[in-house]
Design a binder for this molecule. Sequence first.
Ligand code: MG
Length: 158
Amino acid sequence: MIRVGSGHDTHRLAEGYPLVLGGVAVRHTKGLVGHSDADAVLHAVTDALLGAAGLGDIGDAFPDTDPQWKGADSRIFLRAALERLNLKGWKPVNLDVTVFAQEPKLGPVKAAIRDSLAHLLSLPADCVNVKAKTGEKVGHIGRGEAIGAHAVVLIEKA
Ligand code: MG
């Protein structure tokens, strides 16, 4: 049995915050603002996994009104989602992620983000793909006001 899920997330960029994408610290003058560490890539991946298994969304599981998630490492959310999937017999097959950022240039960190995601999902590196797109200098992404991420995941049950 196989299922597919998709996830999308956007966070605002501002000075004075660290930039973490897919669990990887990325050097930049700005970072993402959110209740947790605002890792838009991990949030999109977590939503894709929950969606594929019919388990709702990241907001249901980890409400941003809950003080225990303030500044949280988003790897916690991903691992918790994977546990929920495992309890129902699901495991990831492959993951495809697109990150939308005008700045910084993500080419140099794409492989590190892929390796981080592969490690978190216990998948071989060739079952995880990370693509980077700019916002073509238009809209909130293109003006460098935000970074977005889109994820598609396939899961299977034996
Ligand atoms: Mg988010």
